[in-house]
Design a protein around this ligand. Sequence first.
Ligand code: BTN
Length: 270
Amino acid sequence: MVSPPEKKRCDTDESKAFLSAKTIGKTILSYDVVDSTNAIARKLADEGAEEGTVVLAVRQRTGRGRLNREWHSPKGGLWLSVILKPEMKPSEAVMVTLMAGIAVAKTLATYNLNTSIKWPNDVLIRGKKVCGILTEMRGEESKINYLILGLGINVNFDLEELPEPVRDLAITLRHEIEKDLDMQELLSCLLKELDKCYELLKSGSSNTILNTWKDLSETLGRNVKITTQKESIEGIALDVDEIGALIVKTKEGRIHKFVAGDCMHITRAV
Ligand code: BTN
């Protein structure tokens, strides 16, 4: 089936771009219904769009999650992608994902919401997923050409709009605070936090990013099961290393490092 062409929502939305932004949010492109904001951002980046361009949509037909999963994106969510061109090695790209998780946590803290982060990038409220982050990279062996940072936040919709079993593991902000949030205000706060955290990362403060991430982590200290295409390993999540890889110790005492994978929390280690 061929999807209808994506139509820009209204040009005036671009005037809401943040003049104070150093990078993220200087240009904002707003759409009504798209297949995936990440796909549009990728196309724009291939055509030379500037770093910091934000692609927003009211709804996505075929939103993508990590590990090529479907990402349900009804109206009422904040679905956006940012084009980034950091001067770092491809192996360091996971740091951008971690910094985005922190920016989301800081944004939600302004609404008095307590969040935690499940490695690598699920933002949780009381253990339920409120935000997912998908970072896609185009680059060479030693150089990132661009990154697409895709963020999906469940805001003003009912959990019933999500299919089982996703529904049981998710939460929306409407559900948590029992009222709807002003999307424009939430977007503005998020883009400002992302811009700030990205500047911090670019200035070489990865240690600050890592330490903040560790403070927010729901994963460290837990028994976890990490599944990759190659293997499935159970053990205690001990730490993240300097590039954000998760360090897991099995009960036999073997140490494994993961830069990607599916993480399941089993129990809190004693
Ligand atoms: C995950 O947790 O699996 C990541 C979900 C990322 C979803 C966002 S919504 C905006 C952007 N466009 C997409 O197709 N995916 C990301």
